[in-house]
Design a protein around this ligand. Sequence first.
Ligand code: KG4
Ligand code: ZN
Length: 345
Amino acid sequence: MRILGIETSCDETGVAIYDKQNGLLVNKIYSQITLHADYGGVVPELAARDHIRKLAPLISLTLKESKLNINEIDAVAYTAGPGLISSLLVGASLGHALAFSLKIPAIPINHLEGHIFAPFLEKKKPSFPFLALLISGSHTQLIKVINVGIYELLGDSLDDAVGESFDKIAKLLGFDYPGGAMLSNLALQGLKGRFTFPRPMTDRPGLDFSFSGLKTYAANMINNHNKDDQSRADIAYAFEDAIIDTLMIKCKRAIQQTKIKQLVVVGGVSANNTLRSRFQKITRTLAVEIFYARPEFCTDNGAMIAYAGMVKLDQNDKKIRTENSLLSINVNPYWSLTELLFSDK
Ligand code: KG4
Ligand code: ZN
């Protein structure tokens, strides 16, 4: 059983082939970062047009590298939401067209579910139930993963997502979009203790997050201090430290509340090395096992979508499209983990 995975929810065109027997065969990614750099963020119309240009050639390249014939693909999994609607439609349309022509199923995948499954692409895999901390450019969520498709949202962002906050402060520090990783690099030169930033919403119970106040705090610090390299690094350090600390406090709470001893940390920000080394403390103090995906599977990619497709096929998921149902293509830019893909209304 071989699944072709397609990811086009934002500014990465991702294609991969996952083989149930042999694991991941090929994973190809085309990033649009340079296309959007001048605008300081993703321009949806440009993103969709670029997916149109890049997706079909990337599928051909993926097949070529896998040495498979297109007829040896058994299903197509594609990201159906959440994400930018025009970009989602590119992957969904091509995915459905391919499935229709090959007479194979098309599987709509929730992008967040894709991220949650990314650590299963590694040797060290979690088992159900586990907690997931999803930290990406558009989401900050704590999720109780009871089983495939059975999720309980324990905490969510009330405003800016972690990745978004990283990118906005990185921009004020002079980095191009998306500057999260560069901010983190700069923070390595920062002095501990020169600045201490607030840990938002940790002084009250609950598992929700809010980073917009911290962002404003950091922005004011940048405006009120010299722009010399050491000050920039010290502010980057204090900002990253506050974010990591806040995430750790909420994860500890979720672990204590649910008594679940496995934590997966996923999404683009989980590639952050400082975060990974700080999170080791949770392993020690709470006897919790932590699971990550390798950095290329933390940010958006086709491999996690192909893998999620295999899981959905195994479960005979209700959303799988076959035969005539392949002719109707739906995406949902606001598809939450705990909702059906399309409402009945
Ligand atoms: O999961 P992802 O590729 O896209 C979404 O689904 O949103 O996450 C992208 C986000 C960006 O905000 C990027 O700056 C952030 O992940 N990111 C990082 C690092 N690597 C990527 N943030 C902090 N440190 C990193 N090393
Ligand atoms: Zn993502």
